[in-house]
Design a protein around this ligand. Structure first.
Ligand code: BES
Ligand code: MN
Ligand code: ZN
Length: 500
């Protein structure tokens, strides 16, 4: 997808469709009046007849009948101005792009100035519009032969038009940065959407190496022997039921000399059948998405490196497959983790916390200033928050607050759940130091409480993305399938952290 930002007089642009933003309950701006006049007042007429009210994401497509160099005008709703933020720009741009695509129109021009208010500056509008457009023009079609005939073609080009040539540098920079972030999101989506048969832990490691090195990261992969030498009994136990070899993927990005790095840890279970505690077969296919935390961490560190953020990062991605077999982990087994803590396995389907325990222990040797883990950890988070937000829990309120703010800004929302020590009782074992399941009550919290036992003293936060990593129906800017959630959130978090 080509995004071109161009300072030009709006009404001189020849384009199959010109997208303009309109607020609800607001009179037409002088420039919208100009368009209205050029169109023989049909815009005003449509508003009067209430064919368009300006609700967020609402669209109205008008043909210009050769009265403008633009063949069509596409009005898109921005909602009420008092609720306006970059999230509304993103949503409006995504809705517009989706409609344009559905109509098989190959390119669009967008009136960036109609998205600018006192709350959203031109460069912010440019970034959010880029995100909305690029992320809705995503499709996973690696395995489809019918792309040419049956599927609607994806948008190929978008022009972002604005008046003030003086702001060219800022706008272009914002668009370039947004495209880098979107590439990270789409990389995460591609990996999540890939079927289990083409993403063994080793395949994933290879992809991480290729993508990481291309972005300027250093990649190290620990294979079975190294994991055994280290003593990663928890990670290895999950992998033992699968023929596929586990690994620990390490990516490092240095953008800030000798500073302590921030650690990102991402769960990557390439397929989670539950193991001996087998999951029901309905929708088990979706468990290929159980590596979405790892994918988000990869998308984040590669984007951060391409953006040259002034920060050091270390990403740890434990990669395994959770299958039942004659070699598989059993309920009742007791493991010795890398931390030397022993773990009683009550449920082999609570495998994410086992591999994360060793990964979180391992990352301590980098002496990180803080640790953030990202994981599709519990079904319980879907019961608690639905598919509209990820859960955040942790040991450091300042870190959690910064993540919550990034969640609001990126619209990859987070909601904090408590992590009082009282919950630790639920994962006390009679026979080992800790057990891997606290049962159904507070499932997301006891999952986090388990991880807390391995997190050490430094600020740590856990993101449970089990409800947000997979989009079932499709919404503006998030087609069905892997959502790539976490990448925009974490990049926003890192950008804010490096500014303060
Ligand atoms: N990968 C699952 C969690 C999950 C559920 C992700 C639904 C995405 C959608 C995780 O490994 C799991 O199975 N968790 C168990 C934990 C329980 C056994 C303590 C769960 O949530 O049921
Ligand atoms: Mn599981
Ligand atoms: Zn899992």
């Amino acid at each position: 997808m080509k995004i071109i930002a161009q300072a030009a007089p709006l009404l001189s642009i020849p384009t199959p469709v010109l997208v303009i933003g309109l607020f609800a309950e607001k009179a037409l701006s002088p420039r919208q009046q100009e368009i209205n006049t050029a169109l023989g007042e049909v815009l005003e007429q449509a508003l009067r007849e209430q064919e368009f009210s300006g609700k967020p994401g609402e669209t109205l497509l008008l043909h210009s009948g050769k009265r403008l160099p633009a063949q069509r005008i596409l009005c898109v709703g921005l909602g009420q101005e008092k609720n306006y933020s970059p999230a509304q720009v993103r949503q409006a741009a995504a809705s517009a792009a989706e409609l344009v695509q559905k109509k098989r129109i190959p390119s669009l021009a967008l009136d960036l100035d109609s998205f600018v208010t006192s709350a959203v500056a031109l460069n912010q509008a440019a970034a959010a519009a880029t995100e909305g457009i690029v992320l809705s023009a995503y499709r996973y079609d690696d395995f489809r032969h019918d792309t040419a005939k049956d599927l609607t073609p994806l948008l190929r080009e978008a022009l972002l038009i604005y008046a003030s040539a003086a702001e060219q540098r800022g706008v272009e920079r914002a668009v370039t940065a947004a495209q880098i972030v979107c590439a990270g999101v789409c990389l995460a989506r591609d990996l999540v959407n890939a079927p289990g048969n083409v993403k063994s832990p080793q395949d994933l490691a290879e992809r991480c190496r290729i993508e990481g090195e291309a972005a300027g990261c250093v990649c190290t992969i620990l294979h079975r022997q190294a994991l055994e030498d280290e003593g990663m009994g928890a990670l290895l136990s999950v992998a033992q039921g699968s023929m596929r070899e586990p690994c620990l993927i390490i990516l490092e990005y240095r953008g800030a000399g000798d500073q302590a790095p921030l650690a990102l840890v991402g769960k990557a279970v390439v397929f989670d059948s539950g193991g001996i505690s087998l999951k029901p077969s309905e929708k088990m296919d979706e468990m290929k998405m159980d590596m979405a935390g790892g994918a988000a961490v990869l998308g984040t560190i590669t984007a951060a490196a391409r953006l040259r953020l002034p920060i050091n990062l270390v990403a740890i991605i434990p990669a395994v497959e959770n299958l039942p077999s004659g070699h598989a982990l059993r309920p009742g087994d007791i493991l010795t983790s890398l931390s030397q803590k022993t773990i009683e396995v009550l449920n082999t389907d609570a495998e994410g916390r086992l591999i994360l325990a060793d990964a979180i222990t391992y990352v301590q040797r980098y002496q990180p200033e803080a640790i953030i883990d990202v994981a599709t950890l519990t079904g319980a988070v879907i019961i608690a928050l639905g598919h509209q937000a990820s859960a955040v829990l942790g040991t450091d309120q300042a870190l959690i607050d910064a993540l919550l703010t990034a969640g609001d800004r990126s619209n990859e929302r987070l909601w904090q759940l408590p992590l009082w020590d009282d919950y630790d009782q639920l994962i006390k074992s009679d026979v080992a130091d800790i057990k891997n399941s606290g049962g159904r009550p507070g499932g997301t919290i006891t999952g986090a409480a388990f991880l807390k036992a391995f997190a050490g003293e430094k600020p740590w936060a856990h993101l449970d993305i089990a409800g947000t990593a997979w989009e079932e129906k499709g919404r503006p800017g998030i087609p069905k399938g892997g959502s790539g959630v976490g990448v925009r959130l974490l990049i926003d978090f890192l950008q804010a952290r490096t500014k303060s």
